[in-house]
Design a protein around this ligand. Structure first.
Ligand code: NDP
Ligand code: MG
Length: 435
């Protein structure tokens, strides 16, 4: 039996890859399961997690038969237990599922020995602790949960380096940038280089060494790119969640409408690609066919194109360094009549401006921005805050807090908690301008 450098036998390599999908009931989770279910010989669903959507998780248990399920909410875990027992009796299915709850359940499944790959797709700050647990356990991480990097980039990337984690970006732009970084593509023709690449391959020592001068991070501009400014006051949650191109969870949909999402993505790109905001140009590209670009010092610009469907970056990361069919409809380039590019208007999108400033400030400032934004978006979705006030609330929270270095996870979690309390106070004292 031959053994590869990383100690796995070729026979073991042909075993299906054990997957834990954190945030399985969400938009990215469901898209991941769609891709995975096309390849039962390649992937085995070991663990699924959700927060409280019991009905959806019951269906996922039936369809994917995981060994473990975590419902973070305890009541939901009990309800799921009862639903799975019912299903076992009714269908005579030999379902054997261990059902866990709480954050400890998430940490446990992220580190299971039979799991080699973790899809980190919990929304918001709640994804940080389990994603970090996956990094500490040395799992391959497919990272959708950008908030983990925004809050604690230095801690997370240290854990990635120390544990030789293969970190693959799922965010479509970052996945596109990764695909446009030529060194990886070339090295993939060589097996020994593959083994080397399989560690820290998303961490170029510095972009200049790779001949890269700039990253062009594309954005659709969201649903309000051209809405007259005086109409933005009256935007409802339903309008904000109706993204013109992508179908996503509510929180990220609102973030796209304010362009906070692009700001979080600038911070995410800084950590993933070891660079700074000065080397990243945000480009509004309403057709969302180009998912981002990399500019080289010789004047070449490489772009990754495709239909806007998250199954492409998910399939890319699941199979990396190989390629698998994602089920995504091919892009018909003859159908693209026009590719447009604009500079973002920072006066129209103050959240983007704030996030870029915060990425330059560093320390705990990004964690404060992230927490304030989560609270403000939640208040907007629950009609306690007007759309235009999301940016004001985030700005006031940033002004009302002092920044420190990010030294430990405890510091980040404490700052996150404090920022949430400060934001709630800001919201209470604001004149309510809800439509
Ligand atoms: P969704 O809102 O659709 O799903 C979120 C998932 O997280 C659900 O499984 C939800 O469980 C779970 N969850 C919510 N709160 C908690 C909590 N406190 N603890 C544990 N689990 C929780 O989000 P998306 O799939 O849209 O986004 C997931 C992540 O991926 C985000 O970080 C987002 O920024 C990123 N991303 C998403 C893209 C997209 O196209 N959707 C594109 C690029 C990045 P339940 O369903 O039970 O509530
Ligand atoms: Mg994105």
């Amino acid at each position: 039996m031959t053994t590869t450098k990383k100690g796995r036998s070729r026979q073991e390599d042909s075993q299906p890859i054990g997957l834990a999908i954190l945030g399985a009931t969400g938009s990215i989770g469901i898209n991941t399961l769609d891709v995975v279910s096309r390849y039962p010989d390649k992937f085995r669903v070991v663990a699924l997690t959700g927060y409280s959507q019991v009905e959806r998780m019951t269906q996922l248990c039936k369809d994917h038969r995981p060994d473990y399920v975590v419902m973070v909410d305890e009541d939901a875990a009990e309800l799921l237990s009862a639903a799975v027992t019912q299903m076992r009796l009714k269908t005579q299915m030999g379902l054997q599922i261990e059902i866990l709850s709480g954050v400890s359940g998430l940490e446990k499944v992220a580190g299971l020995p039979q799991v080699s790959c973790v899809m980190a797709a919990i929304v918001g700050a709640a994804g940080l602790v389990p994603t970090l647990a996956a990094a500490k356990a040395g799992k391959r991480i497919l990272l959708a949960n950008k908030e983990a990097l925004v809050m604690s980039g230095s801690i997370f990337m240290d854990a990635v380096r120390e544990n030789n984690v293969t970190l693959l970006p799922i965010d479509s732009e970052h996945n596109a940038i990764f695909q446009c970084m030529l060194r990886q593509v070339h090295c993939n023709t060589d097996n020994s280089a593959n083994d080397q690449l399989a560690t820290n391959q998303t961490l170029p020592h510095n972009l200049a060494e790779m001949g890269i001068s700039r990253i062009l991070l594309t954005a659709s501009g969201g649903p309000f790119k051209d809405t007259p400014l005086d109409e933005i006051n009256n935007i409802t949650p339903a309008q904000a969640c109706a993204h013109p191109v992508w179908s996503m969870g509510k929180k990220i949909s609102v973030d796209c409408a304010t362009m906070m999402n692009k700001g979080l993505e600038v911070i995410e790109a800084c950590w993933l690609f070891n660079t700074n905001a000065e080397s990243i140009q945000v480009v509004i590209h309403p057709q969302s066919v180009i998912h981002s670009m990399v500019e080289y010092i010789d004047g070449s610009i490489l772009a990754q194109l495709g239909n806007p469907d998250m199954r492409t970056p998910i399939a890319h990361a699941l199979a990396w360094p190989e390629r698998i069919d994602s089920g995504v409809q091919r892009l018909d380039i003859f159908d693209i009549a026009l590719l447009e590019f604009e500079k973002p208007d920072l006066a129209r999108f103050p959240c983007l401006k704030l996030a870029i400033e915060v990425s330059k400030t560093g320390g705990t400032a990004p964690a404060i921005l992230n927490a304030a934004n989560e609270v403000a978006v939640d208040a907007f979705l629950n009609e306690r805050l007007a759309f235009v006030d999301i940016a004001s609330v985030v700005e006031r929270t940033l002004e009302n807090m002092t920044y420190t270095e990010v030294d430990t996870l405890e510091t980040v979690l404490r700052v996150d908690e404090q920022a949430r309390a400060v934001t709630q106070e800001c919201i209470k004292t604001m004149s309510i301008r809800v439509h």
